[in-house]
Design a protein around this ligand. Structure first.
Ligand code: PLP
Length: 460
């Protein structure tokens, strides 16, 4: 149902704060917020630089109240169960030492500590059993996957990415290309939007693949662009690349846990993601990868190995010959951090209480509501430019707002002072991400209210 129809049903204006309350009362996922620890406003206010104007607003969140946290696209909040899971592991380590590897009071022996996470992870990305693994961190995994999949030849040696890709990805790919003795200025194609546009058009992506596909070894796009919030057409890009003989991989850092994914059915070759954004695994949490099962037979020859690539049942025979795990968990090389692993498990346990389709349904409404309020606000409509696609199917939950450069610092500092956490990107972008797991419609309404008040008070 559209916001209009809902407002009619509620007999309220869409802009009325009571409508936010009404939406929260009618939200079937509202109880999930209780699963999280929400920082108090008093703890997130920082010192603004002395030369930046901070505008106090009447809607300021009091110190002892939860802040308005719209930054789960950068670091997700802490599930309450995570503390329990981590302390269980500390207890087990304290009480059993090395014995915990095989005998564990909570049925999570450390030898197979990755396993409890795999089913839920596979469900979230739409993968089959054996296609996902949990290991390392995101940029490391880009290197691991490229070690297996990037095999440049004199004909086919290029990598296609979007311009303004997340810097770490760009650094990783340029270094991969150099490591193969090639020149990244030649071998890395960075596809930019048309002049005057912020987002890439799918037709332009497909055309470049079609025109240059012969020389492209790997197409490697993000699922959702971290800066603009654009959701790329993963199935079309995959098909187009594969039709031209390219391998197609995705960095899903901003897509996983944000939008429904069907990596297996879409035929994506490989993908990787971090878990501390939408999956709420905690800062620096352990990351995930997916490799399509069509590679199960060949990949042990190409990928890098260590003792954790060895089958569990023969791993501790310590043989000279590797006895490889044939599918994606065989990408593990080291024994993983148990504390990181159960911290991820905490985030996944919250996801297991709902589904990506239910989350997406709320997310579309929540972000649509944010967009409506921003574009109908008397002060903000003229000052704020939303660069995220207006088509809800072409974005996740994040909206990226561009402000006039001179407003940027005072607005950002004033938001923080008012008890709002969102993400700033110099020189003029604020990224706002209402998360369907824990944000409320009231959060969104109050955020727009505060932002409007700040902008109306700025020296113009
Ligand atoms: C968050 C993010 C990263 C961060 O990389 P780490 O290796 O986890 O530090 C990399 N790439 C993208 C696209 C991201 O969004």
């Amino acid at each position: 149902m559209s916001l209009d129809q809902l407002a009619q049903q509620a007999n309220l204006d869409i802009g009325d704060p009571q409508f936010a309350q009404w939406l929260d009362c009618h939200d079937p996922l509202s109880s999930l917020r209780d699963e999280f620890t929400i920082p108090l406003a008093g703890n997130i206010r920082g010192m603004a630089p002395p030369d930046v104007q901070v505008l106090p607003v009447p809607q300021r969140v009091p110190d002892d109240q939860p802040c308005i946290y719209l930054c789960g696209n950068s670091l997700g909040l802490q599930p309450k169960i995570t503390r329990k899971l981590v302390s269980e592991e500390l207890d087990t380590w304290g009480q059993r030492g090395v014995v915990g590897h095989t005998s564990h009071p909570y049925e999570r022996p450390w030898i197979t500590i990755d396993e409890p996470a795999l089913d839920e992870m596979a469900k979230i990305v739409g993968a089959r059993q054996g296609e996902v693994s949990v290991l390392n961190s995101l940029t490391v995994n880009i290197h691991f996957l490229f070690a297996a999949f990037y095999r440049p030849t004199s004909q086919r040696y290029k990598v296609l990415i979007e311009a303004k890709a997340f810097p770490s990805d760009r650094y990783a790919l340029r270094s991969q290309i150099r490591w193969h003795g090639l020149n990244p200025d030649d071998a890395l194609i960075e596809l930019a939007p048309r002049a005057g546009e912020h987002c890439l058009r799918t037709e332009d992506i497909l055309r470049v693949i079609d025109e240059q596909g012969d020389s492209i070894a790997v197409v490697f796009f993000s699922g959702i662009q971290f800066y603009t919030g654009q959701l790329f057409d993963i199935p079309s890009i995959t098909q187009a690349g594969q039709r031209r003989g390219c391998l197609v991989g995705f960095d899903l850092a901003h897509a996983v846990g944000n939008v429904p994914l069907q990596l297996h059915d879409w035929g994506v070759d490989f993908a990787c993601w971090c878990s501390y954004k939408y999956l709420n695994s905690g800062p620096g949490g352990i990351a995930g990868i997916y490799v399509h099962q069509r590679y199960t037979a060949m990949q042990e020859k190409q990928r890098l190995a260590g003792w954790w690539s060895n089958r569990v049942d023969t791993r501790f025979q310590m043989q000279d010959q590797l006895d490889p795990i044939p599918d994606t968990p065989g990408y593990q090389v080291s024994n993983p951090s148990v504390l990181s692993m159960v911290s991820l498990l905490g985030g996944l346990k919250v996801f297991s209480r709902t589904s990506m389709s239910a989350l997406r349904e709320k997310s579309l409404r929540l972000t649509g509501y944010l967009e409506y309020l921003l574009t109908h606000h008397p002060e903000l409509a003229q000052v704020v430019t939303i660069i995220t696609p207006t088509d809800p199917q072409a974005r996740g939950c994040q909206l990226s707002l561009i402000l006039p450069d001179i407003y940027f610092q005072p607005v950002f500092q004033s938001l923080k002072d008012a008890g709002v956490v969102c993400d700033e990107r110099e020189p003029n972008c604020i990224r706002v991400a209402p998360i369907p797991l824990y944000n409320t419609f009231a959060d969104v309404h109050r955020f727009v209210d505060i932002l409007g008040e700040i902008v109306s008070k700025l020296d113009k």
